[in-house]
Design a protein around this ligand. Sequence first.
Ligand code: S3P
Length: 436
Amino acid sequence: MSGRLDWRSGPAGPLQGSVRVPGDKSVSHRSLMLSALADGTSRIHGFLEGEDTRATAAVLAQLGVRIETPAEGERVVHGVGLHGLRGSSEALDCGNAGTGMRLLAGLLAGQAFDSTLIGDASLSKRPMRRVTDPLASMGARIDTQDGLPPLHVRGGQPLHGIRYELPVASAQVKSALLLAGLYAQGETEVVEPHPTRDYTERMLAAFGWPIAFEPGRARLSGGHTLKATDVEVPADFSSAAFFLVAASIVPGSDLSLPAVGLNPRRTGLLEALRLMGADIRIENERSSGGEPVGDLRVRYAPLHGVELPEALVPDMIDEFPALFVAAAVAEGRSVIRGAAELRVKESDRLATMATGLRALGARIDETPDGAVIEGGRLNGGTVESLTDHRIAMSFAVAGLVAAGPVRINDCRHVATSFPGFMALANGCGFALHEAG
Ligand code: S3P
């Protein structure tokens, strides 16, 4: 990715219509990996055409998996079986994707060949010991640069199952261990301090791998096979989140968001916004590909501040940048605690949001694990996304209600998770443009 792309988001009128957001990033990554390791051909519908998920597809192709793209959002993956991957002498580039790198670390730990996983500047600063340490206790050998990428994964290491209690709630770490567990002798059990998204568990079951799981706990043994299956990827709740906040704060708005994934480990923002007074309804709730989905309808409603229940944090871990914008324009004070994990996302999201909102005149105090935000009015101004996709989109939402235009520097990474965001946003009433 090269060149810089800045945005300008202007104040705009009511948001209206229907916005179909792209496929879920977490489900798209996992669908590629499990399809690749399965026996037979799997079809993926609703695949996210984002840079993160395309990077994972490219890595798997480099490892010898044939992946066809019959149409946008569709993939046909010719699985090579659990032991059919081929090593690559070239480094495997995960781009910006923490999910890609951490899950692949687990998957590659059990292979017969060596691999090197690399990423972009942001991913190269993200902590990897959280996966390499427990993988090492399963017998894996992975070298890091002082805990950071690149990861050099040594092949040919016999793995054995472990019982691991995660020190932080992380679906990526849990998933890496479960993927390594496919290759391990004996049982791998993962216990979480708070339940996190369970897509790996659900999808392993759908691909026919025996697995026992319940919120906060998953257990499997090595020595089985994955059978190809078709995957229906729901629309990404984390992408819908920007529109949920936008329509909640722009007077007169009434937006529909069809077929959004509503896995309960993802919908914490829905509850948080409702606690703040938002008017969001779920219509036509149904199941698609084993996942709950529904059509969301969000209408403007005056928001008030919230003392965010800490229990909601893991269920909305990617939605804090958007929540911060809602809190900054709500009436009264919001308090967020227990969210220190935000410091190790694509940027330090507590610091990046606090700095940006302050530049727009908001009153916000950053704390070690959260923030205290006094709601009020936002001014126009200039903010830095620090190449963090969710920061860029959140400030695009802030621009809707600021007293003047908001310039957002460095927005090119939005395509990692939400290609086409600008067109969809403008289609429902944003005034979002490239800044000269
Ligand atoms: C993800 C897990 C979360 C989330 C990320 C996607 C996943 O990360 O922030 O965007 O697909 O498993 P952590 O596991 O680090 O919390």
